[in-house]
Design a binder for this molecule. Structure first.
Ligand code: IPE
Ligand code: IPE
Ligand code: MG
Length: 235
């Protein structure tokens, strides 16, 4: 029996640099192509009835990259935010950002806020970009908040703690996809993906098609999720 479509899918969009290098192109070309894929996958997720799509676009560790490359990525981000609002409204996509946005340039932060506010009531799909995001950093920020709010230690439950994370109020990811053949999480949603299913593919992100997205979902739907229990009917 096939299980339902995942409610929340996380994607670690990796391999832009290698895609470009293999073609003798600058890494920026890979990032440009990567943006096109992200748009296509958002559209596909919306039409499939996925509730939340989390796209890992820039990790907190990515601040260690050369300044030029960071500049290219920030430029693409700015451009995308400026041009996507119409599509978000048409497709009823709610845009959000996960991560420590205080480290992002001021003009990008304000574009993010404008887009988040303008799309806040869109209800078809929540598309959230992990930007300047690190899972451990997110947990530390939540711990600091709990201490600042003087929450009694006994009141801290998994549910309360989850509500202090950037993904507050959302279902945990059912499926995490990573492209480019790397078999690691790279600090992406470590708390939330405690019981996620994983799908790894060697395809580089700029080559990741809607069809492969459907394949990943199909693979997920054939899996058995037990959450520590046994199959119903087993003695
Ligand atoms: C993913 O592609 C995009 C970001 C991390 C911003 P990479 O830039 O990591 O591409 P590779 O892994 O070097 O091929
Ligand atoms: C993870 O990819 C971050 C994003 C996809 C945005 P990286 O390419 O930065 O990860 P590592 O360095 O290979 O772990
Ligand atoms: Mg990479």
């Amino acid at each position: 029996m096939k299980r339902a479509i995942p409610r929340h899918i996380g994607i670690i969009m990796d391999g832009n640099g290698r895609w470009a290098e293999m073609r003798g192109l600058p890494r920026s070309e890979g990032h440009k192509r990567g943006v096109e894929r992200a748009k296509e996958i958002m559209e596909a997720a919306g039409s499939l009835g996925v509730e939340v799509l989390s796209l890992y676009a820039f990790s907190i560790e990515n601040w260690r990259r050369p300044e030029d490359e960071i500049g290219v990525i920030m430029g693409l981000l700015e451009n995308t935010l400026k041009h996507q609002l119409e599509t978000f409204m048409l497709e009823k996509i709610r845009f959000r950002v996960l991560g420590d946005r205080s480290r992002l340039p001021e003009h990008i932060r304000s574009l993010i806020e404008i887009t988040e506010q303008a799309t806040a009531h869109n209800s078809r799909l929540t598309a959230q970009f992990a930007l300047s995001y690190g899972g451990r950093d997110e947990i530390i920020r939540a711990v600091r908040r709990a201490i600042r709010e003087r929450i009694e230690p006994e009141r801290i439950t998994e549910a309360l703690f989850s509500s202090m994370l950037d993904t507050e109020g959302q279902p945990d990811p059912d499926l995490i996809v990573r492209t480019s053949g790397e078999l690691r999480l790279s600090n992406f949603l470590p708390w939330q993906s405690a019981y996620a299913e994983f799908y790894f593919t060697g395809t580089l992100w700029p080559d990741f098609t809607r069809q492969e997205f459907l394949d990943a979902i199909h693979d997920y739907r054939m899996r058995e999720r037990r959450f520590g229990t046994v199959k119903p009917g087993v003695q």
